[in-house]
Design a protein around this ligand. Sequence first.
Ligand SMILES: [Zn+2]
Length: 237
Amino acid sequence: MTPEEKELREQICDVGRNLWQQQMVAANDGNITARLPTGEILCTPASVSKGSLTPRKIAKVGPDGAVLDVTPPWKPSSELRMHLKVYKADERVGAVVHAHPMFGTVFAVRGEALTLRMLPESVIHMPEIPLAPYATPSTDELGEVVVAFVRDHHGCLLEQHGALTWGDRPQRRLPGHGTPGVHRAGQLPAQAGRRRTGTARGRDRDADRAAHAVRPVRRTRWGRTPVRPARPGRGDP
Ligand SMILES: [Zn+2]
């Protein structure tokens, strides 16, 4: 095993513990994969808590999903096929993480994408989290509904299921990781409350936002979201 593979296996375990500690997965929920420079994929095992991962439990598969290295009795996650679709869609993807973060899953169940501009940090780092239409878990179809978002987003909600994120390395793609996740976590109940309690306050905020001209951001990859130049005649805080 190369030092790089050893390190990547340990990183996957770290991400799993983090997901579990942050209560983004329950029981044996969630799955994590990472791509080696050789093109082979490291994958968390099925039916194992992400809080109890060890490097030895991680399976290695080929780009097509063929099992190359696994320690019995463990076997690759049943959601591996979804992950493989993401890697195939973009050669720059180095890691994929699936979890069931509570607030995000609420919106996934409601069938709503996350589009509210609430805080500057969330606007800059994660301006939009789209919703992939429902597909049955553990099928190729689930990967196919996600592929449309891979090149232009960091992640998406899976309708009536949970959340999926991808990036260049595992730590970058932990759902809810770092500042964007914190602010998104705050946005979720805010978005729910705004829609539930009527639109008066929401309209006020919309008007206020227009008055202050919060600048839209263009979606790019890997967290880099350059802000468009302000349009002539618009304020810019
Ligand atoms: Zn799931």
